[in-house]
Ligand binder design. Structure first.
Ligand code: SF4
Length: 353
């Protein structure tokens, strides 16, 4: 049985880099039985429950993963919402109660979740039911905005959030702006604002991680990764993840983003090959997931992860084990699904009364 989470064995097995999912077998992981409204399923024990708060984002990243997940399925990225705030929260609370026994970790994502007026209520609910390992993924822009008499960052700390993932494509604000394409310039999270956020969270339970997509026209080499790390290290950051653009269906519909991703892809295997000979990077741990693979290094006093993911592999794996739930997503229309698309793998369908 493969140990995961806090029990994970700390080892770096370089062979995994080349074998990847050829070595993945869900039956080697602990699975638990669970009755959903849609019926009986086997559930991956260390699974994550994502709350997809809103599809609205004030940026329009050239590589937006949230949009590509839909394009990959030849769908338009247009989500239905439970418009009434009370009904939305009532539904979320019911779903939280229903999945609590599975003890999932919780992630809040979007779109840009920090811009949602309902976020403080969501944080309150997740805290009330005492979920473990809480993460939010954000472009940072709404963290210092005041909602219900406190900044979003203060709400996160008060409600015992532990992980703050901030997306930032480049250390140079001008280049970062060009890649992330903010629609509202005044909301842009620049390096000064990022420093303020890092200063506020320093020494607290809320641990940051800066997330950077590897791109030919952004950070695309070991040299530029080091500049990214050194620059943000001076701002107080010490935890990073570099992601490879996901593999997706090339016949998908969002032509602009797909062309950008095809033209700009940097292969992590090439980067990792160079890190093998770089004394500044010390291998620490590698992790194989059902459609992703992660290598973690120590770089001076920093922790640096690299992650590659393959959306085709995700669907192949799930097709092989249709009774298995690998992750759960609460969608804006109130559906609880095993998929990032709200009409797929519905585990508990929302019926509006
Ligand atoms: S910040 Fe995130 S959700 Fe917004 S456009 Fe960029 S990748 Fe997409």
């Amino acid at each position: 049985m493969v140990k995961v989470g806090a029990e994970r064995k700390q080892e770096f097995n370089k062979e995994l880099r080349f074998k990847r999912q050829a070595d993945y077998d869900i039956n080697q992981y602990e699975l638990v039985d669970h009755e959903f409204k849609a019926g009986h399923r086997r559930v991956y024990k260390n699974l994550n429950f994502s709350i997809f708060v809103d599809d609205y984002c004030n940026a329009d990243c050239k590589f937006c993963v949230a949009q590509l997940r839909y394009s990959h399925r030849k769908l338009l990225y247009e989500k239905k919402h439970i418009e009434d705030r009370d009904k939305y929260l009532e539904r979320l609370e019911n779903v939280l109660k229903a999945v609590r026994t599975l003890n999932p970790s919780v992630s809040i994502t979007g779109g840009e979740p920090t811009l949602s007026p309902v976020l403080p209520d969501i944080l309150e609910l997740v805290d009330r039911y005492d979920f473990r390992k809480r993460t939010i993924t954000t472009n940072g822009s709404g963290l210092l905005m005041v909602r219900d008499n406190a900044t979003v960052l203060e709400h996160l700390m008060k409600k015992r959030w532990q992980h703050l993932n901030i997306s930032r494509a480049h250390f140079d604000d001008d280049v970062n702006r060009q890649i992330m394409r903010y629609q509202v310039e005044s909301e842009y999270c620049d390096s000064q604002m990022l420093k303020e956020i890092l200063d506020i969270t320093a020494g607290t339970e809320l641990k940051h991680r800066l997330s950077c997509l590897l791109l030919k026209d952004g950070i695309g080499s070991v040299e530029s990764m080091k500049r990214y790390l050194d620059f943000h290290g001076k701002l107080g950051a010490d935890n990073f993840i570099f992601r490879e653009l996901m593999d997706y269906d090339k016949k998908a519909v969002n032509l602009e983003k797909i062309k950008y991703c095809t033209d700009n892809k940097i292969r992590l295997n090439d980067i990792w090959g160079q890190l093998d000979n770089d004394k500044e990077f010390e291998p620490y741990l590698n992790i194989l997931g059902y459609y992703y693979y992660v290598e973690i290094y120590k770089y001076h006093n920093m922790t640096v992860a690299g992650e590659s993911a393959n959306l085709n592999q995700q669907y192949i794996e799930k097709e092989k084990h249709r009774d298995t739930v690998y992750e759960m997503i609460f969608h804006t229309n109130g559906n609880l699904c095993g998929s990032w698309v709200e009409g797929e793998e519905i585990l508990d369908e929302y019926q509006e009364r």
